[in-house]
Design a protein around this ligand. Structure first.
Ligand code: FPP
Length: 247
C-alpha cells in the first residue's frame, strides 16, 4: 500500500483540520443541480449529470480524508412528483452510475449500501444496486450509502410497522429499539449534514438519525461543490462544541 499522503489530506492539514476529530459520518443533501443547469441555459438533467461527476470526486475526497460513512440523498420519496422525463432520466443516471462505478468503488475498498423503499424502484436499478451491495459487502473502507426513494418519515413508519408486526409490547419500545429498526442500524448517526444551494431545510433527510447532527449549508450548487468545500464543512464542524443537550 502507498505511504504517500493524499493531496487532499495535506490540504486539510494546511487549512488546520484536526484529523483526529473528524466527523465519522457525513450526510449530504445534494441540492441545486437544476438551478446549476437552468442558469446555464441547459436542461435540468444535465445538472444531475454534472452532479454525478461531483459525487465521484467527493466520495473519493471523503474516503481519502478518513470519513468512515458518507450518505447522500440521491432520490427522495417526494421526487416522484417531478416531471416524468426528469424522474426517468434521474433514475437511469443512477442505474448507469451504479454499474459504471462499481469496479472503481470496489478497488477503492468502498462498501455500498442503500436506504429507502428500494422495492418500489424499477427492476434494472434494483438489480444494479443489489449487485453493488453484494460485491462490496466485505470491503472495509468508507461506507457509501445511497438514500434512494428515501424519506425520513417513511423510514420511521417502516420501523414501527415492523415492531407492531412482531407484536413487541409498548413498554419495550425505546429509542434504542427504534434505532435498531432503521434501514441501516449498524451505521452510526451522522455527525455532520452538508446541504448545498443555500436552502436551510432538512427535507425529510435522516430525520431520526440527525437529531444531534451539525448542519453546514453552502450557497454553492452541488455541481460546483468540491474537496475544498468538504474541508470547509469539516472545519466549521470542528470549531463547534457538540453538547448533545448538556451544557
Ligand atoms: C437536487 O437538485 C438533486 C437531486 C434531486 C438528485 C441528486 C442526484 C445526483 C447528484 C445525480 C446522480 C446521483 C447518483 C447517485 C449517481 P435539484 O434538482 O432539486 O436542484 P434545484 O433545487 O436547483 O432544482
Amino acid at each position: 500500500m502507498s505511504t504517500k499522503v493524499p493531496a487532499i489530506r495535506s490540504q486539510a492539514l494546511e487549512r488546520g483540520v484536526d484529523l483526529e476529530r473528524f466527523p465519522a459520518h457525513v450526510g449530504v443533501i445534494m441540492d441545486g443541480n437544476g438551478r446549476w443547469a437552468t442558469g446555464r441555459g441547459l436542461q435540468r438533467l444535465l445538472g444531475h449529470r454534472e452532479g454525478y461527476r461531483t459525487l465521484r470526486r467527493v466520495l473519493l475526497a471523503a474516503s481519502e480524508l478518513g470519513v468512515r460513512y458518507l450518505t447522500v440523498y440521491a432520490f427522495s420519496a417526494e421526487n416522484w412528483r417531478r416531471p416524468e422525463d426528469e424522474v426517468r432520466g434521474l433514475l437511469s443516471l443512477i442505474e448507469q452510475a451504479a454499474r459504471d462505478e462499481l469496479r472503481i468503488m470496489h478497488q477503492n475498498n468502498v462498501r455500498v449500501q442503500v436506504a429507502g423503499r428500494t422495492d418500489e424502484l424499477p427492476e434494472g436499478l434494483r438489480a444494479a444496486l443489489e449487485h453493488g451491495i453484494k460485491t462490496t459487502a466485505k470491503n472495509t473502507g468508507i461506507t457509501f450509502t445511497l438514500a434512494i426513494n428515501y424519506g425520513g418519515r417513511a423510514e420511521i413508519v417502516d420501523a414501527i410497522q415492523g415492531i407492531v408486526r412482531e407484536g413487541i409490547p409498548a413498554s419495550e419500545i425505546t429509542e434504542e429499539l427504534l434505532s435498531q429498526r432503521m434501514y441501516n442500524p449498524e451505521t452510526p448517526d451522522p455527525d455532520l449534514i452538508v446541504r448545498t444551494a443555500g436552502e436551510m431545510r432538512w427535507s425529510n433527510f435522516l430525520i431520526w438519525q440527525a437529531a444531534y447532527a451539525e448542519l453546514f449549508v453552502t450557497e454553492k450548487p452541488w455541481p460546483d461543490f468540491g474537496g475544498d468545500d468538504l474541508i470547509e464543512a469539516v472545519l466549521s464542524y470542528q470549531v463547534r462544541t457538540r453538547k448533545f443537550g448538556g451544557v
